[in-house]
Design a binder for this molecule. Structure first.
Ligand code: ATP
Length: 199
């Protein structure tokens, strides 16, 4: 599966819309310190559903919206879209071209889109589960993560193999099902209480 395009507008240092096309082979982003190279990676993490402000190197989520400069007004909306070529059907969807979009307004309102149709964050995370892409997968590796994998901090080496072998989606589904069972059990207990009161 090939990343084809990244569009960023109003996100961190990118006040104007920028489009990065990923052609075949390796794409390298070069520039002087502080010019926004890491912000490109943050934009990819963010559109994939990253919820941790720490991972986005920001104190508050609102801070990822372009803050303006001396000569430019701050933006009211951050918007990032990431496109994939899915002709090999690696993503479980009928679309051969997939674009995911995330928006955040200064009011706090946010939105996810899948091929321009509004969706939930869960739809995005489910789409990428076990594909190796995703906000908590290993497609974006920082130096700190390499240290963690080498030192096997918090079982990180096992997690890496689980993601690579495609079993994480079953673990996530198991956790969701167990939570539902727990909710159902407490609903049943409540019904028993009510029945007891009525009788
Ligand atoms: P380095 O090579 O040092 O890692 P870099 O090229 O990766 O740097 P980044 O860390 O991606 O640079 O970008 C930092 C720049 O982004 C800083 O100039 C910072 O002021 C700017 N920046 C971050 N958030 C915002 C924001 N919300 N609005 C405007 N500019 C921002």
């Amino acid at each position: 599966m090939q990343l084809t395009k990244l569009e960023i507008k109003g996100f961190k240092s990118f006040g104007d819309k920028i489009t990065i096309h990923f052609n075949e082979g390796v794409t390298a982003i070069v520039g002087p310190n502080g010019c926004g190279k890491s912000n490109v990676v943050d934009a990819i993490r963010w559109v994939l559903g990253e919820q941790s402000t720490r991972m986005l190197r920001s104190e508050k989520m609102e801070n990822i919206i372009f803050n303006g400069t001396k000569s430019r007004k701050a933006a009211n909306l951050a918007e990032v879209s990431l496109s994939f070529d899915n002709t090999k059907n690696i993503l479980p969807t009928e679309f051969s071209q997939v674009t995911i979009t995330r928006k955040l307004y200064r009011s706090g309102e946010s939105e996810y889109r899948l091929n321009d149709v509004k969706c939930r964050l869960k739809d995005i995370t489910d789409l990428f589960l076990d594909t190796g892409i995703g906000s908590d997968s290993y497609s974006i590796i920082e130096l700190k993560m390499i240290d963690e994998i080498i030192n096997n901090k918090e079982n990180s080496r096992r997690n890496l193999f689980e993601e690579a072998s495609g079993i994480s989606k079953y673990k996530v589904r198991k956790k969701q099902t167990l939570n539902k069972l727990k909710d159902t059990e407490s609903d049943l207990a409540r019904v028993d209480d009510l029945l007891f009161e009525i009788e």
